[in-house]
Write a protein that binds this ligand. Sequence first.
Ligand SMILES: [Zn+2]
Ligand SMILES: [Zn+2]
Length: 485
Amino acid sequence: MVICFQCPDEDDSSEEDTTEEVYSPLTLEKLAMQRLLREEALAISALKDLPHLLFPVMFEEAFINGHTKVLTAMIPVWPYPYLYVGMMIENRNLETLKAMLEGLDILITQKVHSSRCKLREINWRNKYHHVNGIWAGSRKLLPGFMTQKKPVQNSPGCGVKKELKVTTQLQIVEGRLDESDRYLFQWAQQRKDSIHLCNTNLKIQGLTKATVIEIFKFLHADCVQDLLLSDLCLEDLDFLNPYLRQMNNLLNLTLCHITDTLCMGDSEMSLLPTFHCLQKLSVNNSLYVYGNLKRFLRCLKKPLESLIITDCNLSQSDLDCLPYCLNIFELKSLILANINLCDLLLEPLGFFLERVGHTLENLELELCGIQDSQLNTLLPALSQCSQLRFVSFIDNEFPLLSLKELLHHTAQLSQLEREVYPAPLECYDRDVILSHRLEKLCPELLDILTAKRMPKEVIFKTTQCCNCGGYYIYDLETESCHFEV
Ligand SMILES: [Zn+2]
Ligand SMILES: [Zn+2]
């Protein structure tokens, strides 16, 4: 628990937020669409002559402003194979969803399709990170994401073939779907001959068995690529196991807040079924990992790309098993954060780093309480991780000498693009951050790197102030110390 000398007034920070918003000028196209949409009937009759390129702009305007009749009319003449409405979901309500589904109903029941209509898939998702910013005015991206091209998918897909596909992500929170999801779900159930509701992304928070049973009667488990299970106990996991077993295309699994501890060695059985193509496994805030990491990692059938363990406790036997677990030797990313390692022997972690050194690109050991004596056991292995592009060791308490030793090793890693280190312990006076010390000590730390290579992005960061959440950083770019909140 440290504090800074710079806790800002609360009023100041809120002012900054508002000025940061970017207002992009409306494009001519948007203005024209807004004018056209003032008269819905006119807009609908204009659809037949509307150039393909203007469909996304018109759709966006109609969606945001709730012109539901126009939305319905646009679907049966949509001139592209795909329609992505991910970002617009921010503004979604049941009415806009109903309008789109009505449009799909027209399309399904039409005997003769408009020659213009190419629609095969609607992507109706809550989050679509890749398209962030589109609505802020970067129009260039819009046609690509909204229309012709399918976003790159690195999985074989669920293989269900139907006339039309609606991709979505469902969240079952305490046994409930939200209003729109439930409507979509029931709508698709009633049209199951022509519609494939492809749920690529599933979140189950808290278990209600009846809901899970009902949902999986209709959903194909094969569709699920991202699964988040949270607020469950081990008994719930047992119940879900048969469903998990059917998720043959699962790429990302996140387990969050799984309660109950297991008695160590009480069973040799695996905790999870075997996953055939899992790439990323995250465990967050889950007691049950303690002493069971080996059993837990037995679910892997293919080499994992990313292992993330945060806010958990690990035992010595957990660390000991790491160099011997199958299918984790081709990791590209290893993140251990907020795990207290200070009382453990880190040699096995060193052996493990040696084994993954040829593939590891991202290594984050943050807030792990690593002591300087422990750091030494990791360094030889670290300097063999020749593919590393990103490292972070923040929130570990390293004195200046240890930090220098660490930098002598990372200085040999020629692929590094971004490196984040903790401010040395000398930058704190008991619980107070001394920013002038950071300013004074960092140049010599940077010299260690620049003597060996041209570093790209280097940051030294203090712990967060427990009052304001702010921290100081010193970075290579500005070669100065500044405060951030
Ligand atoms: Zn502060
Ligand atoms: Zn599917």
